[in-house]
Design a protein around this ligand. Sequence first.
Ligand code: ZN
Ligand code: ZN
Length: 453
Amino acid sequence: MIFKSLCRHAEIGANSYLLETATARIVLDAGMHPKHEGAEAIPHYEMVEDGSIDSAIITHSHLDHVGTLPILLELQPQAKVFLSQETADLALALLHNSVNVMQSKRIELGLAEYPLFEHRDLDELRKSFERRGIERPFDVDAGGSIRATFHDAGHILGSVGVTLEAEGKRILYTGDVNFEDATLQKGAVFPEVPVDAIIVETTRGNHARRPDYTRVSEEDAFAEAIDGVLARKGSVLIPVFAIGKTQEILAMIHRFKRQHLIPRKTPVYIGGLSTKMTHIFDHFSAVSRRKLPGFEFLTDMEIETGTRRNRGPIPFVAGCIYALSSGMMTEKTVSNNFARQGVLENRRHGLFFVGYADPASPGGRIREAKPGDQVLLDPAYPPVPLRCEMRIFDFSGHSTREAIADYIEKVRPKQAFLVHGDEPAIAWFRQELTRRLPATEVIVPAPGDAHRI
Ligand SMILES: [Zn+2]
Ligand SMILES: [Zn+2]
């Protein structure tokens, strides 16, 4: 069987891979690159003959895994799309939002080809969805030559890794994976039987976690920092991704309030898309594998949202917690606007990072800045001095590199395809795996190269 990366760029971006047997063809994930626009943000779908794939498998609802699925389906209208029921709902909400984002970029950036797909395309897309549960094997092609099994990947609600069995071989694609429990999300449960090949994410390959790290001590430090800001009558801005990180932060704040680590009455604000996504998390609260079963954020916690009753822009006032997207503080998003219009330059406030931010993003620039530095948040406005309390907390939704290497060691693959990582991250894994598993062929797949499994 043949494995091919369709990713246009080697680093974390638009994830998409092709797996081809003698009789079937499937695509794994259909991401959009968050940093690029137009064709540069789309995987190399032209490398796959139009109308030729049996199906696509989507591991989870983050943009870099599902963002160009409507474009893939336009080229491959016959394809079925296999995903978890949670991913199906979250992905549709994300893609509808994506149409809106592209419509505003069409005007702001003068991109005539935008939007790359429309709301009505998503109604068509939905008809191709085949929802599947975890640990229930299913056929992905009509001939039954490839069998797939989803495993809980512990990354966000509905995220899966997938085992593929075909031509007597066993392949595991991790998607994005976290083996540890988070505050809401429970850790991944992956099979520990040997595989012929693993396609593995390497996101944190360049990050050594400090030895004394524990999730609880990190959360407690976070609570203390929030409490400090509130005590001096400031507000806390937490830039978050709408899917996953928002709900993790809400679960933490719920605990902080219950245990009186922060004042119980502190208003908590979340933004537009996060509210929609949190609704979906609540909808699955009793059926998905997670902590706080049955707990619904929007009804069981007091959260200020842009609801019908409370329409209009989110007010910026002292003594509040704002968990707002985007996580990387991209220009024109709420977190960027808040930072630029008051948070960054005021000593009273706190700006607390809780996840990944690309170094080239506004969030990345703030993280690199020293107190007093002028930071450019949006080229349309003058830079703003960094005077607020800026902290970085580690609540990653991705496994540590050691945990992933331990897992690879357990499944002893003949081939390991390293994906979803920047160059230094991939280099660490290459070295580590070569040392731990000298018999394993370690491969960094270049776009379009055919690898025989
Ligand atoms: Zn992800
Ligand atoms: Zn990803």
